[in-house]
Ligand binder design. Structure first.
Ligand code: 6R9
Length: 648
């Protein structure tokens, strides 16, 4: 814990929407009278039919139900595009920066309107209707945003699958939400390397067996050779030539679904997190405005991929709802050089920059030079998201990148929360490096102990949220029971985040990381169970247990204990084969960093693997293994310790 405090700079106190006092007053109003507060705030978007009801939510055991603005009618694409045309039709909506530094595009709100309408017409001609699920498996090109907005325009529900996921992962996501339409590109381009997206889609469809995908719309990105199946596959540019750039925005109810996004949990397969329309957009728009202190004229850049929730809420929906100019980056932080982020900031005069701790730590390793050779004069605010930021990385970001003039907003939230829940507001909050600080409007965080007792004052425990907010997920797609079980059963009447948290004497929140079997690798969530089931699917593997361990750049690395089938030799080659296997089964982000072959795993007499012990060994905390007396065979622990793999 760092005990440094940074005051709000004088120029910020002047220009920001709120100062410290303003934040406190508004926060108190928001939790005292949620109906009154959100009833007013809901007006920040256009409604075709205004709502008369605001909050109708219950966390009651067995009957969790979350509805906001439930009788309002609106459309997200209308709010992100059409309503801006009269005042900012010629303003740039999206700046696209290619992987290759010589490529960029500027798309105005009027152009965005035409592109999205065309895309929607292409989908409509292939019978996509309100409520249908559309899978989007795309690189970071503007067409990814057009496709999302085209779905929203039609009231269709998109499920964006990160382009780094394997055909297997893609197939299970297509099947889970019963999606008949897939939008993809020939290939993606990242760091000069091609990603075979269309070939992956073909492989995914081949795995689906009887499940039929009716249409695959393919955007041309690299011009690489791909197979096109007649009748099923169509080039987007050819289909778009045949349609007009007019397409009415379909009126949808506030509680109609907007998107599904699959995310890893501690057990089972990834869950389809479902977000709906009205509350989500109000919350994304409001947080984008206040957290980033977004003002007219800002150039805003969030470096996430649209395959993650951060890309949904803070590249596409929040910024566009606010009429902002949002930058979309196809590439990676270290290509062609380690100066790329800062060069892009100078090239496009970026004023607000939002990235992940893992990127900051990686860039920090190459020293200040690649940063200080650029100007960054346009920058005024820095943001961080995805995992706890260690104070050293925070200080470097603040001092070297932001030259001590840009506040750093460390924003804590989750796929499930739809938008930022705990965060500084740049004009209002004194900053402590490593702390996400204080709750956003309407958010009631509590810290509970293992028994669910609410702790007061400075304390440490599990983080729960006591009441609903408009951006909250509504259900797990197709499985409301699992939704209630996962988030509302551990601590009845509260939303359980899965994160551990400390609150200090100033009431600041410090997220300490996941308390469940989810690991956070470079800001990407990974369920240990998913990696384990990929490993045991290999014919030579008998058993596997996966835990996280501290990793200098990634935050956490993946440590896999593997027991082989009888008679199989543990070789270096097999180790490589297993890493490759997991990459193929799930995707490169799930690659184990370390694999330890173990003749046996520590189990209780009832056969439960004691992960606590495996975690301690992976963390190098041998002295601190705790009680091992309940183990069926305490001897395995010594063997595990003596063969511990060295950290990379
Ligand atoms: C937005 C996003 C959610 C998990 C979350 C927590 C971790 C995110 C954080 C943070 C500490 C922050 N997390 N932001 N931890 N400080 N500022 O990342 O969503 O991919 O669902 O991950 O990420 O552990 O529970 P998601």
């Amino acid at each position: 814990m760092s005990d440094k405090i940074y005051d709000v700079p004088a120029q910020w106190a002047e220009r920001a929407y709120l100062d410290e006092h303003g934040y406190k007053a508004k926060y108190e109003a928001s939790v005292r009278d949620p109906d009154g507060f959100w009833g007013e705030e809901g007006k920040r978007i256009d409604w075709f039919t205004p709502y008369t009801k605001v909050k109708n939510t219950s966390y009651a055991p067995g009957a969790v139900s979350i509805k906001w603005f439930e009788d309002g009618v609106t459309n997200i694409a209308h709010n992100c595009i059409d309503r801006h045309l009269a005042t900012r039709g010629d303003q740039v909506a999206i700046i696209w920066e290619g992987d290759d530094p010589s490529q960029s595009r500027h798309i105005t709100y009027r152009e965005l309107h035409d592109e999205v309408c065309r895309f929607a017409n292409v989908l409509r001609n292939r019978s996509v209707q309100k409520g249908d699920r559309v899978t989007i498996y795309m690189p970071m090109i503007p067409e990814a945003a057009f496709a999302m907005l085209a779905c929203a325009r039609l009231g269709a529900v998109h499920s964006v699958v990160f382009g780094g996921f394997s055909p297997d992962s893609l197939a299970s996501r297509i099947r889970d939400c019963d999606s008949k339409m897939i939008i993809t590109a020939d290939e993606g381009l990242r760091g000069g390397r091609k990603v075979p997206l269309k070939a992956n889609v073909d492989a995914a469809i081949a795995k689906l067996g009887d499940f039929e995908v009716d249409h695959v719309v393919v955007v041309k990105r690299t011009g690489g050779t791909v197979n096109m199946k007649p009748g099923r596959d169509v080039w987007y540019h050819e289909a778009a030539d045949l349609v007009t750039s007019e397409c009415p925005a379909v009126p949808v109810n506030a509680e109609d679904p907007l998107f599904i996004l699959y995310t890893s949990g501690s057990t089972g397969s990834p869950k389809g997190v479902l977000h709906t329309t009205g509350g989500y957009l109000v919350y994304a728009s409001m947080t984008h405005q206040y957290v980033f202190d977004y003002h007219e004229g800002d150039i805003y850049w969030c470096t996430a991929d649209v395959g993650w929730v951060t890309g949904h809420s803070y590249i596409v929906y929040g910024p566009l709802a606010n009429g902002a100019t949002t930058l979309m980056f196809e590439g990676v932080p270290n290509y062609p050089t380690n100066s790329r982020f800062w060069e892009v900031i100078d090239k496009h005069k970026v004023s607000i920059f939002y990235t992940a701790p893992t990127a900051i730590r990686a860039l920090m390793q190459s020293g200040d030079g690649p940063v200080t050779k650029t100007s960054r004069a346009s920058l005024r605010l820095l943001g961080s998201v995805g995992e706890p930021i260690n104070p050293e990385a925070w200080e470097w970001y603040y001092r070297v990148v932001g030259e001590e003039r840009c506040p750093v907003v460390d924003t804590w939230w989750q796929t499930e929360t739809g938008g930022i829940l705990i965060t500084p507001l740049p004009g209002a909050t004194r900053l402590k490096p490593g702390s996400a600080t204080t709750p956003f409007f309407g958010i009631v965080p509590q810290i509970v102990d293992a028994e669910g007792k609410v702790l007061e004052g400075p304390c440490e425990g599990n983080l729960v949220i006591a009441d609903s907010w408009p951006g909250q997920m509504r259900t797990v797609y197709g499985d409301h029971e699992r939704f209630m079980q996962t988030y509302f059963s551990t601590y009845p009447n509260k939303y359980f985040t899965g994160d551990g948290c400390r609150r200090d004497a100033d009431g600041y929140y410090w997220i300490t990381g996941r308390v469940d079997d989810v690991i956070n690798v470079s800001g990407h969530r990974m369920g240990t169970a998913e990696v384990e089931s990929a490993l045991v699917a290999h014919p030579k593997v008998s058993e596997a247990a996966v835990v996280g361990y501290p990793h200098d750049i990634k935050g956490q690395g993946i440590y896999a204990y593997v027991t082989l089938m009888a008679g199989i030799e543990p070789t270096e080659e097999l180790r490589k084969e297993l890493v490759g296997w997991v990459r193929q089964e799930i995707g490169p982000i799930a690659s184990p960093d370390l694999i330890q072959f173990a003749p046996g795993l520590p189990k209780t007499r009832s056969g439960k693997i004691m992960r606590r012990i495996l975690r301690k060994i992976a963390e190098d905390e041998f002295a601190n293994l705790g009680d091992t007396s309940t183990l069926a065979d305490p001897g395995v622990v010594d063997d595990l310790i003596s063969h511990r793999q060295n950290k990379k």
